[in-house]
Design a protein around this ligand. Structure first.
Ligand SMILES: *Cc1c(COP(=O)(O)O)cnc(C)c1O
Length: 383
């Protein structure tokens, strides 16, 4: 691709980092299932590759594609979203440091902070990120190293103002980290709004087919990118060649998938808001959602995740067990629709913590099946 031309998102998703193979012309980057590379004399590397923990061509293709999609200068691909988070935290934090995190963060992220990093002397304050005064008040001068943002959040679909939080982070001398898993770069590009690092579980919308676990970090800061790359190699939690290839394959259709996820989710939201058995629908596309105006400002559309509250925990569990097209399962962002009960499933580890979620909550990952089938399934499950 001509590097000087500014390409559109879908073109980058298909071509960035993915020149046809120079030896065979293969239009898709091959799976370089290899650990080591022949050197032309001691220290004479062909194309910069010496050992696949340090770099592998299939992973490089994925990393260049992710950097382009997020508008960053450097991306790094990992074995999982949590491996990416761990590598980031060890790059930017030392014992004694402090992190501000969303008070409804992804359960696994909060577990990493509270059960792993606390033991190493890195503390975390869960704060409602929609309340900018509360965020400012939580900053500890010289000690707070990062404000960690999810928007939309999981599973309550809260919205945080990325640009406003970036300003607070800069003032505090901290990094603004945005977990962009729920929106994907197609709907929202945090680096262009002032974030310093984007985190992804590529397991979700980027991979998009529920067939691979992976993670990524993307940054707009070349020097930070170098430090992250050093830690990626030093810690070793890399994405393997086949996982990288599957993720790249998924990314090619990200734009068309997200359009359909959003359209189907909007139809599901309409059904749920009109249904008498549903007490409350949580979706940033709803005009009465407290983060709606910010979502309109920073997102292209409102995404495929929908949560709703029933009248009781029992009613919520019943819906989860009655759907037939929506599969009962954890995870999200794949082509197939999923339903789950966060309090007993994805967020069970948050029980008794400040991040505990309501037991009458149901979370949907709205897939790209025929929308009539999704609506009929929910109607029968709601009874
Ligand atoms: C799934 C998820 C993660 C963790 O990613 P893994 O690939 O499961 O390690 C982090 N953040 C969010 C928002 C997620 O949904």
């Amino acid at each position: 691709m001509d590097e000087d031309v500014q390409r559109g998102f879908e073109t980058l998703a298909i071509h960035a980092g993915q020149e046809p193979d120079p030896t065979t012309g293969a239009v898709v980057p091959p799976i370089y299932q290899v650990s080591t590379y022949k050197q032309d004399g001691v220290g004479g590397l062909r194309g910069g590759y010496e050992y696949s923990r340090s770099a592998n061509p299939t992973r490089t293709a994925l990393e260049e594609c992710l950097a382009a999609l997020e508008g960053g200068v450097r991306a790094l691909a990992f074995a999982s979203g949590l491996a990416a988070e761990d590598t980031l935290l060890r790059t930017i934090c030392a014992p004694g440091d402090h992190i501000i995190a969303p008070n409804d963060a992804y359960g696994g992220t909060y577990r990493l902070f509270s059960k792993v990093y606390e033991r190493w002397g890195v503390t975390c304050d869960p704060v409602p990120l929609g309340d900018l005064e509360a965020v400012r008040a939580a900053v500890r001068e010289g000690v707070t190293k990062a404000i960690w943002v999810e928007t939309p959040t999981n599973p309550l679909l809260g919205i945080a103002d990325i640009a406003a939080l970036a300003a607070i982070a800069v003032e505090a001398g901290a990094l603004l980290v945005v977990d962009n898993t729920f929106a994907s770069p197609y709907l929202q590009q945090p680096l262009t709004l002032g974030a310093h690092v984007v985190v992804h579980s590529t397991t979700k919308y980027l991979g998009g087919h529920s067939d691979v676990v992976g993670g990524a970090l993307v940054t707009s800061d070349a020097e930070l990118g170098e430090r992250l790359a050093f830690h990626q190699n030093a810690m070793g939690a890399i994405a393997g060649p086949f996982d990288s290839w599957l993720t790249l394959r998924g990314i090619k259709t990200l734009g068309v998938r997200m359009d359909r996820h959003c359209a189907n989710a909007a139809a599901v939201v309409k059904l749920l808001t009109e249904h008498p058995a549903v007490r409350q629908v949580l979706y940033p596309g709803l005009p009465d959602h407290p983060g709606h105006d910010i979502a309109v400002k920073q997102m292209r559309a409102f995404g495929g995740m929908v949560s709703f509250r029933m009248d009781s925990p029992e009613a919520a569990l019943r819906v989860c067990e009655r759907t037939k097209v929506f599969t009962l399962g954890e995870s999200l962002g794949g082509v197939e629709s999923l339903i789950e009960h966060p309090a007993k499933m994805t967020h069970a580890s948050a029980a008794g913590s400040p991040l505990e979620v309501p037991a009458d909550l149901v979370r949907l990952s709205v897939g790209i099946e025929s929308v009539e089938d999704l609506l009929a399934d929910l109607r029968q499950a709601l009874g």
